[in-house]
Design a protein around this ligand. Structure first.
Ligand code: FES
Ligand code: FES
Length: 162
């Protein structure tokens, strides 16, 4: 029996199965950053307004600061670490680098996850589709144009390879 009122949950994160004991009030964001040390997921506002904490929960883009950790029980979660890393970047990540879509980087993991989620649903988005899909993700640095360019560039590159 878990100690201190903690509750045992089982979930899959980036393809790896975990059994964890979480505080009933913990957020999915806390589980990822503090328990699993997946610090690519950022905390910005902590109130569901900025999208910095975006992850995929059973394929749905969610703000992990608003999701109770208990909701992760039985779920399949993807964080930015599951999208790509320094040894193997996703096409969206490469496009963010080449098009200058990242500056301070706080918003970038959430932006990339929102973009990956969009391209999975719609491999040929218009700029309007990109703007709509990323509307929940705020950036204080780039002015957004280079971010939208990055997503469209990733889309073109992916299509050129197929
Ligand atoms: S930290 Fe979750 S939406 Fe801002
Ligand atoms: S790159 Fe700094 S907040 Fe977006």
């Amino acid at each position: 029996m878990p100690e201190g009122g903690r509750v045992s949950i089982a979930c899959k994160v980036n393809g790896h199965a975990h059994t964890l004991e979480v505080h009933p009030m913990a957020r999915l964001l806390d589980l990822l950053r503090d328990e699993l040390h997946l610090t690519g997921t950022k905390e910005g506002c902590g109130e569901g307004e900025c999208g910095a904490c975006s992850v995929l929960l059973d394929g749905e883009l969610v703000n992990s600061c608003l999701v109770p950790a208990l909701h992760a029980d039985g779920a399949d979660i993807t964080t930015i670490e599951g999208i790509g890393g320094s040894s193997r970047l996703h096409a969206v990540q490469e496009a963010f680098i080449t098009a200058g879509g990242a500056q301070c980087g706080i918003c970038t993991p959430g932006m990339v996850l929102a973009a990956v989620n969009l391209l999975e649903r719609n491999p040929n988005p218009t700029e309007e589709d990109v703007r709509t899909a990323l509307a929940g993700n705020l950036c204080r640095c780039t002015g957004y144009v280079k971010i939208f360019d990055s997503v469209l560039r990733a889309c073109q590159r992916t299509q050129a390879q197929t």
